[in-house]
Design a protein around this ligand. Structure first.
Ligand SMILES: Nc1ncnc2c1ncn2[C@@H]1O[C@H](COP(=O)(O)OP(=O)(O)OP(=O)(O)O)[C@@H](O)[C@H]1O
Ligand SMILES: [Mg+2]
Length: 301
């Protein structure tokens, strides 16, 4: 007797034997292999490979026009590549028609480069759009309540829910776009230039929000940015697009070590050095604050 419980027990014991950080060793959420994108004679990507690991914020950088947005559009199935294979959350999405992608489409959220809010809808109604599309059967009341929660989660005040995009500042619009991207409780979040056009304080606040969301919701974040502060402050790894490929992926020190001219110029030029300096100062300030907190001085802001 009791065969079943003992087998279950054995499974639990086996799971316990695996270190915590290796327990969820499922496949990487995004795998791009041999991606080719051509528009007429113009080749944007030529044999691009990229693997994104679960739970990381991967920054994607590259000169303007190197194909960062096209890469993102390929991964979310909006751009059928000329060649190559893309797997997202364990499903191959290349060569599959849009309807078949629905199961996986609801597992990601996207903040597009331009924000792309519907100008005739309020912020709350904008967030309700994907809920209506993917969960048409939920009641109006529940849908409104979910949208409200997402608006607050994105760091907007309660009164922003009833506002129209034209009534919002640039930073608030980005947060409204973020709220909509979070509507379906995504596992993957795609952000295309989320801090472009924001003032430095607004940009830093948006970065903190992204980091917090990643940590509390366990998201994997694909983050296209030109913002060196963002790369230093919140990205776990950075992928560099150049020469129609991802030429390097790694932490910023690892990238600098490659000695590639574009990477060297980007990270060790005047702006790169300024961002690194600011990052190191912030780290030192945080360390001071936590040390004085630990000694009972009660650091406050
Ligand atoms: N649908 C399209 N048809 C033709 N060419 C396109 C199309 N989409 C993108 N391109 C071209 O592909 C190249 C890469 O565009 P993409 O928008 O991915 O650049 P990017 O790296 O995101 O640049 P930025 O930093 O300016 O946003 C550009 O030269 C662009 O003109
Ligand atoms: Mg772009």
């Amino acid at each position: 007797m009791a065969r079943r419980p003992s087998r279950k027990q054995a499974e639990i014991e086996a799971l316990r034997a695996i270190p915590a950080h290796q327990r969820f060793s499922d496949e990487p959420p995004i795998v791009v292999e041999g991606l080719v994108n051509r528009f007429g004679d113009f080749t944007v990507h030529d044999g691009l490979d990229l693997t994104v690991q679960r739970g990381e914020i991967i920054g994607v950088v590259g000169g303007s026009g190197t194909g960062k947005s096209v890469l993102m559009r390929s991964i979310i199935g909006l751009q059928a590549p000329t060649e190559g294979r893309i797997d997202v959350l364990g499903r191959t999405i290349t060569g599959v028609d849009l309807d078949k992608k629905i199961g996986v489409r609801r597992r990601w959220g996207v903040l597009f480069q331009g924000g792309a809010l519907f100008s005739t809808l309020t912020v709350g109604e904008n967030v309700e759009v994907p809920l209506k599309e993917f969960y048409p059967d939920i009641s109006d009341e529940l849908r409104r309540e979910i949208a409200r929660y997402k608006v607050l989660l994105s760091g907007l005040p309660e009164d922003a829910i009833a506002k129209y995009p034209s009534e919002l500042s640039g930073g608030m619009k980005k947060r409204a776009g973020l709220a909509r991207a979070l509507a379906l409780d995504p596992e993957l979040l795609f952000l295309d230039e989320p801090t472009a056009g924001l003032d430095p304080i607004g940009a830093a606040a948006f970065d903190r929000q992204t980091r917090e969301l990643k940590e509390t919701l366990g998201l994997t974040v694909f983050l296209i940015t030109h913002d060196l502060d963002t790369l230093y402050e919140i990205c776990d790894r950075v992928a560099v697009l150049a020469d129609k490929k991802v030429i390097a992926v790694g932490t910023i020190p690892e990238l600098i070590e490659t000695g590639h001219p574009w990477i060297t110029e980007y990270f060790t030029g005047p702006r790169g050095r300024a961002a690194q300096g600011a990052y190191e100062q912030n780290k030192a300030r945080e360390a001071d604050a936590s040390a004085s907190g630990a000694s009972g001085a009660g650091a406050s802001e």
